[in-house]
Design a protein around this ligand. Structure first.
Ligand SMILES: [Mg+2]
Length: 360
């Protein structure tokens, strides 16, 4: 078995597994999840309307598009990504709860897609958002630029600025990407990846994004919160989550819990769930059981854990219920071989159309 391929596949499928595992309970409190499902140890059917078991949402969809963007043009993935998200919107039904082939998108993302559809430039449709939408989809960039941190930093900025102008949104994506790139070849416990090199990478990316986008607000909020997290993450879990929540609420417009869509909440919590993980299954189950933005915390914890523990450690029963299972093999091989101008057997639109028809 090729160890590196196992870890690349682990990260990509880990993201989709975490997304699908979290979808049925998105927005629930931990108490409500326990009341309805007990402990989430299986892919569940949604108890509130249409959502097929094992189907991924926007997190997984956008990760596949990020993959196709980097494999088309590793130097300018942002332009390709901007085209793809518009194509996904224009192909497919529109209306109440329907946004083309996109599923489960947030308001800021839809705003960007509409602006791009009306003809604005690829890098002029972003909103000032510190939401977790950039971090949730970032894995393919790290899988491609796994041994080139400079290339990774450039790609993260180029791709993320399509949707996110707030430095915190970019910084959060860079932290997740950095962890994945290093976890692919890491042999020790996940906590060992929480070191100064990570903070430096994020700090520098904050500076570069700030210069490029000419934004100064909240410049080092994320790297500072990351440093704080490292200082207390050996404390009991409830304490850590409480501190993450308190820290996030100091800079958030809307107070929320540790798994809200704000990057200082949910991205920090997912990083913590990864650093404190014992194995893939425990980490994902515990993450989803925290409630809140569960599809996205699942996708974030999943892509990091998958890069460290590998594909073989993802529970088989979860994969067998995953709608996208076995459909990403050619993309995983292309990431492994760092192909350029790669054309997948099926485009993301062909795949999503097929899944949409299958389940509607
Ligand atoms: Mg989602």
């Amino acid at each position: 078995m090729n160890v590196l391929r196992d870890r690349i596949a682990g990260s990509f499928y880990g993201l989709l597994v975490g997304d699908a595992l979290g979808c049925p309970v998105e927005g629930y409190t931990p108490g409500k999840i326990r009341q309805i499902f007990g402990r989430i140890t299986e892919m569940e059917e949604s108890q509130r309307g249409w959502w097929p078991k094992g189907l991924h949402s926007d997190d997984g969809q956008q990760a596949i598009m990020v993959c196709d963007s980097i494999l088309t043009d590793p130097e300018r993935p942002g332009q390709v990504f901007a085209h793809l998200i518009v194509d996904m919107y224009q192909t497919g039904p529109k209306g109440f709860f329907k946004f083309g082939l996109h599923r489960g998108t947030g308001g800021n993302f839809r705003h960007t897609v509409k602006a791009l559809s009306r003809g604005c430039k690829w890098n002029e449709g972003a909103t000032v958002t510190a939401g977790n939408g950039a971090a949730m989809r970032i894995a393919p960039l790290a899988l491609y630029f796994r041994d080139d941190l400079e290339g990774l930093a450039r790609a993260v900025i180029d791709l993320t600025r399509v949707t996110h102008l707030d430095i915190r949104g970019l910084a959060a994506a860079s932290a997740v990407a950095f962890i994945i790139a290093r976890a692919l070849s890491w042999e020790g416990k996940p906590a060992g990846l929480a070191d100064e090199a990570m903070i430096e990478f994020v700090h520098e990316l904050e500076e570069r994004s700030s210069d490029l986008l000419q934004r100064k607000s909240n410049l080092h909020d994320f790297s500072e919160a990351l440093r704080e997290l490292f200082s207390f993450f050996d404390e009991p879990r409830q304490e850590v989550l409480k501190k993450i929540e308190e820290k996030a609420n100091q800079t958030s417009l809307f107070p929320g819990g540790p798994t809200s869509g704000y990057v200082l909440a949910s991205v920090m919590t997912s990083l913590y769930m990864f650093f404190s993980s014992q194995n893939f299954e425990q980490a994902l189950t515990d993450t989803v059981m925290l409630g809140g933005d569960t599809d996205t915390t699942g996708a974030m914890t999943g892509q990091m854990c998958g890069a460290l523990y590998g594909f073989e450690k993802i529970p088989r029963r979860w994969l067998e219920n995953l709608v996208s299972f076995e459909s990403l093999e050619d993309r995983i091989n292309a990431l492994l071989e760092k192909k350029i101008s790669f054309r997948p057997k099926k485009t993301v639109i062909e795949m999503e159309k097929q899944w949409m028809e299958e389940f509607s």
